[in-house]
Design a protein around this ligand. Structure first.
Ligand code: MV4
Length: 673
């Protein structure tokens, strides 16, 4: 009979959202929690989420979160009697499970033998074949001679997929379409596998051209019980990174669903599995499915399973690790409705999804909404560092059916406010709003097939957004100036009067906003508290009021719009109708010298002090050359030449205080040749 070990103190060997999520359940079960943290994470959310925290080394994961010795030391120092590894890091490392056993600490996961059995692809396939779990037609034998491999490929039939035995997650795969290319393909794949994994063994499989990735959540205890908690579809991936996950898999035939669930339980039983596991299958268009691999950990996407079953999988893990029985028998586990998860990343979809690092100057999630869950491990003001995965949060929605879950996702994404770092929220919104996705047409080619539709499209952006952003920025600066003047105690200071006195004779100003590497020059006047933008013959009048929490109310040619604005230095992000519009104030410049005019005045874009002057009367300048540097609101603004030309007159010098709109210099455009 299995003994029961009641866990008193749980050490969470992870960081970010999953560490916070595990702590939440542990606390609700009355278990004391210990966080571990690297030098980069001393102020991280997961540290605050635990009762105790213990430092485990420098920022690089190899020196901290991946140090088994440091984790065991932390457990001993804090009196932890169990370790939860989360996902990633050491979650599937048999050495951590072994070290825990040696130190008499409960490892929340399967036995070392199960982790090891699933660690090798070919060995896993052998076990599954013996257990009657369907495998992709293919070869995973030990005879690796070129002749044997070629014969195997011919027998399987083209196209075939060559995979490195030691690979995983899509690394070291190569498709061979024709027999003539086989010998070269095998030689190349062996070279790549040797270089990447130090092991040149290959598997060969029939290549499925448009498969779906469907995985089954399984659970087993030490009393011989094994159940499934339905499947998840994770087909929508980008370079082997999951983008959207959902449960149940859309459009799956009931007979396929139950056959797959049974195969997954068979797989778990074949290795005497204990705890939470995921059996991954690839599924062909006709519903045939094949074992791919088994993940011996809690997965990132487990919340969609929690949403449809109403169960807490971390609570299940803890109970099983303590030696208890599964909380429910198979006949009492049911699924209700549909759930979706998206992974919000600090990455730039406009620049090949390059990971972004830096400070999250703004981070808010939708207020409590029915059927919406947010799992996040970072807070506003935190820094996304180069050391770890740049995931900001997971957004999970649940609904009575897929359409409801989708609508909630779309809405929830529209209510995420992130500023400071480029992120994939707008991209995710386009994915979940794509007609093909809504229709349930998910397969592993989705992202590639609809790449053009999923790319940001300027023409889809509301045309007045830059104007709204500019008005918000100008208004914020104006309010700052007024506040400073008031603090300074001189209501009659020219700072306080910088605006509002030029009702009739209001000068024209220009400012440049940069958006997606494109510059937008905006010309505006401030008339009686209203920003009037001059756009090709047309005038657009915008009155803005900024409220607490960044709320921005604007009247745009008579129509009132509710938006939000986040202003950080020269970066303004306007959140409107579910989309973030980000602009960077590049240069503030110039009035008068528009194309076609031969002379004009360059006006101060805001009140401030000239801290540098680069030109004198007679200086020849080219368009964009720096003329002066104005310091305002503790920032420096370079005032640049509006065109090619010559400086005709200077009205101010370095050190001068200038009012907003002050006529700084006179500029003459060079005559066109
Ligand atoms: C395949 C396949 C087609 N045919 N195997 C990629 C990651 C690894 N776990 C298995 N992968 C694939 N194996 C055969 N025989 C296509 C993929 C594949 C894929 C699978 C699941 C989710 C996304 C994918 C994206 C590209 C390729």
């Amino acid at each position: 009979m299995t003994e029961i070990h009641t866990i008193r103190t749980l050490l969470i060997a992870n960081r970010g959202e999953i560490a916070c999520r595990i702590a939440r359940t542990a606390r609700s079960l009355g278990i004391r929690t210990v966080a571990v943290y690297s030098e980069a994470d001393a102020a991280a959310l997961h540290v605050a989420a635990a009762d105790t925290a213990y430092p485990i080394g420098p920022a690089p994961a190899a020196d901290s979160y991946l140090r088994i010795d440091h984790l065991i030391e932390a457990a001993k120092a804090t009196g932890a009697d169990a370790i939860h590894p989360g996902y990633g890091f050491l979650s599937e490392n048999p050495e951590l499970a072994r070290a825990c056993a040696e130190a008499d600490i409960l490892f929340i996961g399967p036995d070392v033998s199960a982790i090891e059995a699933m660690g090798s692809k070919a060995a896993a396939k052998d076990i599954m074949a013996k257990a009657g779990v369907p495998l992709v037609p293919g070869y995973h034998g030990t005879d690796q001679s070129a002749q044997t491999l070629e014969n195997a490929a011919v027998e399987i039939g083209f196209p075939v997929l060559l995979k490195a035995s030691a690979g995983g997650g899509g690394k070291g795969m190569r498709v061979v379409e024709r027999a003539e290319d086989l010998a070269d393909g095998i030689a190349g794949a062996k070279r790549e596998a040797a270089a990447a994994f130090g092991d040149d063994r290959l598997l060969i499989e029939k290549y499925l051209t448009r498969p779906r990735h469907v995985e089954v959540q399984v659970f087993a205890d030490r009393h011989g019980n094994a159940v499934h908690l339905f499947e998840r579809d994770c087909s929508v991936q980008r370079r082997h990174q999951k983008v959207v996950e959902e449960a149940p898999a859309p459009g799956l035939d009931e007979s396929v669903r139950s056959a797959m669930a049974k195969a997954a339980i068979d797989a778990a039983k074949a290795i005497d599995y204990v705890g939470a596991g995921t059996v991954e299958f690839i599924m062909d268009e006709d519903g045939s499915f094949y074992f791919m691999e088994m993940n011996t950990r809690l997965q990132v996407e487990h919340p969609v399973t929690e949403a449809i079953t109403g169960e807490d999988l971390v609570a299940w893990q803890i109970r099983v690790a303590e030696g208890g029985t599964l909380p429910l028998t198979q006949d009492r586990i049911s699924a209700s409705g549909h759930a979706l998860e998206v992974r919000i990343y600090a990455e730039d979809p406009e620049r090949e999804f390059l990971p972004q690092t830096g400070r999250l100057s703004r981070l808010t999630f939708p207020e409590k909404m029915d059927g919406v869950r947010v799992d996040s491990g970072v807070a506003e003001g935190d820094t996304v560092s180069v050391h770890y995965d740049p995931m900001i949060a997971k957004l999970i929605t649940h609904g009575r059916d897929r359409a409801e879950a989708l609508r909630r996702m779309s809405r929830a994404l529209g209510n995420v406010r992130i500023a400071g770092l480029a992120n994939n929220v707008p991209y995710l919104k386009r994915v979940v709003e794509h007609p093909a996705f809504i229709a349930g047409g998910v397969d592993t080619r989705f992202i590639e097939t609809y790449r053009a539709d999923l790319a940001a499209d300027e023409t889809r952006e509301a045309g007045n957004m830059p104007l709204l952003a500019a008005a918000a920025l100008l208004e914020a600066r104006r309010l700052d100036v007024l506040r400073q003047a008031r603090l300074g105690g001189d209501p009659y200071s020219p700072w306080a009067m910088a605006y509002g006195w030029r009702l009739n004779d209001s000068p024209l100003h220009g400012l440049t906003l940069q958006h997606d590497a494109e510059d937008l020059l905006l010309l505006y006047r401030l008339e009686d508290g209203v920003y009037v933008f001059e756009q090709e013959e047309k005038q657009i009048r915008i009155a803005v009021s900024l409220h607490a929490g960044g709320r921005l109310e604007a009247r745009l040619d008579g129509i009132t719009v509710q938006a939000e604005a986040s202003i950080e230095g020269d970066v303004v992000t306007v959140f409107y109708d579910g989309t973030a519009h980000r602009y960077v104030l590049k240069t503030a410049l110039a009035s008068g010298a528009e194309a076609g005019e031969d002379s004009g005045h360059v006006a101060a874009p805001m009140p401030g002090k000239l801290i540098a002057v680069h030109v004198t009367e007679g200086t020849e300048v080219s368009k964009g050359d720096p003329l002066m540097v104005l310091e305002a609101m503790k920032m420096e603004h370079v005032i640049r030449s509006p065109d090619d030309g010559v400086i005709a007159a200077m009205h101010y010098g370095a050190g001068d205080q200038v009012e907003e709109g002050a006529d700084l210099l006179v500029f003459e455009t060079r005559a066109a040749d």
